[in-house]
Ligand binder design. Sequence first.
Ligand code: ARG
Length: 461
Amino acid sequence: MWGGRFAAGPSAIMREINASIPFDKALWRQDIAASKAHVAMLGAQGIVSAEDAQTIADGLDKVAAEYEANGVPENWDLEDIHMTTESRLAELIGPAAGRLHTARSRNDQVATDFRLWVREACEQADAGLQALQVALVTRAGEHAGSIMPGFTHLQTAQPVTLGHHLMAYYEMIRRDRSRFADARARMNECPLGSAALAGTGFPIDRDATASALGFDKPTGNSLDAVSDRDFALDYLMAASQCALHLSRLAEEFIIWASQPFGFVTLPDSLSTGSSIMPQKKNPDAAELVRGHAGRIAGCLTSLMITMKGLPLAYSKDMQDDKPPVFEAAGLLALSIAAMTGMVAEARFRVERMRAAAELGYATATDLADWLVREAGVPFREAHHITGAAVKSAESAGIALDQLALDDLRAIDPRIDKRVYAALSVEASVAARASHGGTAPKEVRKRVAEARGALGLEGDAG
Ligand code: ARG
């Protein structure tokens, strides 16, 4: 394709290091679509004859049908998907194929193809995340009143509801979806027609190609358009943040499924056994989601470092933009699907969660709050009094609400028997009815709102 000024062909090493076809063949659909939009515009503008434009468009359809049926052939001499397609087109339709590349370059071509691919990846992530949200709100609705220990520092802190805990992930995923939506909106400008770097002297219609490919408008600066990979970085940033959230959810399932916790029985379909220990059921899918987050963040780092310090405009370094994006997209799709299955099918052992919430003096704050509310004690002092009560219960090996009233009154005489009503885990969660709090009625409100936002009918649970 560029042999004109060369006396010798590339060495084997040059051919190998240069070839992107092994991975960029994944762009074939986008490449065909962009070429069809380009040639239709060339025909409409009279830059190529209507007849050639039609011949080229039909030829591109044939190439696409071949790719669909047999896959994309991998010939390193043809470097990439763009040259592979053009060369096959020439075999099929003859010299007219040479007119397709008028008023464009592989630089704007690859920028356009890749944007189309990443735009679709944003849409796929969004669809997967929506399904995960549906699973989360469904289970949260079922468990709006199921009590479990809430943790800080992974130490029992205050009782919460399982529904509340699951809805925390709903919120994270909501932000992830908005990041993918932002990325999609920002990237939706069409580089095609920027040509090699400076634009073109041919009377092209960039609005026509932009709109044919579903872009909002053409990009505004040709140098930027061929050297910009922000769209891929935006996607990888959103994917990394999302993977990070999924890894936290995965980690919770791993902890909850361990025998000392026993909060959840993972679905068999997303667990594995051990070849040596027959009793084992391992949370491998969750562990791999946790692990994949590292690889996805690595993909982001990889492209950031590739782009760092590149001068305008296109440099061949940028060919390395695709593998990390493709890898991240594949890992993310699997991670989302695995966590959706996990949430939807996990069997929550609510009796174990409830029993764990009774341990660890989770309602100590409620005692302090009661002293503030009912006896007018300043919170700092109430905190101190409660500490003494916990110490006394701990040395007796009993729960806070098992302390005798006399023992409590010995610690502080302002305590009376009404305090016991505040010390149950049910009373504790019911009391936390502030907006976004863990009270079952508050969780049900948030679940109802979320169901509305997701377009789900009626109430859950
Ligand atoms: N295969 C190349 C890539 O993915 C296409 C652009 C090549 N442009 C060039 N000037 N060599 O980046």
